[in-house]
Write a protein that binds this ligand. Sequence first.
Ligand SMILES: Cc1cc2nc3c(=O)[nH]c(=O)nc-3n(C[C@H](O)[C@H](O)[C@H](O)COP(=O)(O)OP(=O)(O)OC[C@H]3O[C@@H](n4cnc5c(N)ncnc54)[C@H](O)[C@@H]3O)c2cc1C
Length: 284
Amino acid sequence: MKPTAFDYLAPGTVGEAVDALAAGAQVLAGGQSLLLEMHLQRVHPNLVADINHIPGLDALTVADGTLTVGALVRHKTFESPGAVPGPLGDLFGRAVANIAHPPIRARGTMVGSLAWAHPASEWCALAVALDAVVELRSTRGTREVPAGDYFLGPFRTAREPDELLTAVRYPLLAPDTGVAFTEHRRTGFSFAQVAVGAALTIRDGVITEARIGLANCADRPLRAHAAERALVGSGPSSPVFARAGETAAEQDAAPVPEPYADVDYRRHVIAVLVARTLREAAPV
Ligand SMILES: Cc1cc2nc3c(=O)[nH]c(=O)nc-3n(C[C@H](O)[C@H](O)[C@H](O)COP(=O)(O)OP(=O)(O)OC[C@H]3O[C@@H](n4cnc5c(N)ncnc54)[C@H](O)[C@@H]3O)c2cc1C
């Protein structure tokens, strides 16, 4: 199928872009989800605002312990070792390898994934787990929304239709944080059936901080708070991680049935993957 007719605009500044959004435009970033939806005629924008020509939106900066990722930073950026310092860069490097395949990673953007809000998105799960904050700009001004309040359901977020997502910010992880990311999917090109990202801090043999992000374990990305509470204060061990996996599957996750996976199977996969991810983040 072909997209229905639309007008195309290439704003040169963020101000021009938000003016276009106020006039009803839809943003084109990497185009790896939007163009597919337009070709399938599931979305019919009358006006497309291509933000790829706006200088500065491709910036990736670290300052005062915070990583800021601009709206045009492509997935593939995070494949480069050292693009992001420390354990946060290591975690992003492990996660990005699971996103689609190289041509899509060359064009698609991290911020576009947060705007699209697919429940199986790796970036969305990590944004929630890592206490990221998204920056939204419109003709009314700029506001920031914590990732934990931003995702409202499948493809639904707190972003208003006239708001441009200009950046996402992450606190850097402490240098002694252990990280891991694992994913289960039906084929190499499939979205995750379940994906888990974890960051663990262990001091004097005790887990002092745990962050677990779950993709495709509910109608939106989740942080596994109950499993994290079960970990903090314990020593790292296989039985502790197995119990945390079961807690995540039973108390944190709310999986929906899929054509190839009923809810019981999905809870089983969540328990196994959470335990496996924790073991990788803190080898025992
Ligand atoms: C075959 C295939 C496999 C894929 N596999 C995965 C996968 O495993 N994991 C995964 O996470 N993704 C996957 N994707 C999606 C891919 O990662 C997209 O790149 C991503 O979802 C959207 O990023 P984009 O920059 O391409 O956004 P676009 O396609 O340009 O836009 C997507 C949506 O977000 C809006 N939008 C984009 N940027 C902004 C912004 N800055 N402000 C406001 N609105 C904005 C657009 O208007 C549109 O509605 C896959 C895609 C394909 C085609």
